[in-house]
Design a protein around this ligand. Structure first.
Ligand code: 5RP
Length: 231
């Protein structure tokens, strides 16, 4: 699933630009993936070079380990239930700032963390920006409920495929111990309406449609464009 972009320069531009939003004293949600990894590393550099003081709340084992290696102090949502800011990557984003996330199977924690933040910023390169969302929607599922969830998603018009691990036999197991289905709905006309139909299916832990993005840092050839939510 991690094939949306190989544009690492653009990812770096967007990721590092968003790191400048962080001010001393902030508690910041740290997303998952190769774009926000640049944000985390830049924040680590700011801690070392400027004495920036921040506390991070990671969204995955990946972001936790990278933050620790970068010298960022960590906290938890139990200790800091309201975050000043959350920064994360995306697999696709449209002009209304609806987003599909979960290419790294971290969307459940990413949603909890971003919904705990006063401001949610997405960092992405131009290849992620589309007129209409169309990537398969990642859905985290209790293993026990797989067959029921599969049938319900099919009845919504989706084609679910259980995500397989790359360097392990069998399915991907999330940081929460669950499975992930990638559900192809074709071109998604109304992301919010689709999200509202997926959420109540028994056994669905969380889906990868996000409607809570405040701002997009989009790396284009000539610089990073900042697009605010208008809806
Ligand atoms: C992880 C995610 C990532 O943020 C998304 O897959 C983007 O990753 P990358 O920046 O590596 O392209 O949602 O679950």
């Amino acid at each position: 699933m991690k094939d949306a972009s190989t544009n690492s320069n653009a990812k770096r531009m967007a990721g590092e630009a968003a790191a400048e939003l962080v001010k001393s004293g902030m508690v910041v949600g740290l997303g998952t993936g190769s774009t926000v990894a640049w944000t985390i590393q830049r924040l680590g550099a700011r801690v070392r070079e400027e004495g920036l003081e921040l506390l991070g709340v990671p969204t995955s084992f990946q972001s936790e380990h990278l933050a620790i290696a970068s010298g960022i102090k960590l906290t938890s949502l139990n200790q800091h239930p309201i975050l000043d800011l959350a920064i994360d990557g995306a697999d696709q984003v449209d002009a209304d700032l609806f987003v599909i996330k979960g290419g790294g199977a971290a969307h459940t924690r990413e949603k909890v963390v971003s919904c705990s933040a006063k401001r949610f910023v997405i960092v992405a390169d131009e290849s992620k920006f589309v007129q209409r969302l169309s990537r398969p929607v990642p859905v985290e599922v209790l293993a026990f409920a797989t067959r029921l969830v599969e049938r319900r998603l099919q009845s919504l018009g989706g084609s679910p495929v259980l995500r397989q691990a790359m360097r392990k036999d069998g399915p991907v197991i999330t940081d929460n111990g669950n499975l992930v289905m990638d559900v192809d709905f074709g071109s998604i006309q109304d992301p919010r309406a689709l999200a509202a139909k997926i959420s109540p299916i028994p056994g669905v832990v969380e889906h990868g449609i996000f409607d809570n993005v405040d701002e997009l840092y989009l790396a284009r050839a000539d610089g990073v464009e900042k697009i605010r939510r208008s809806r």
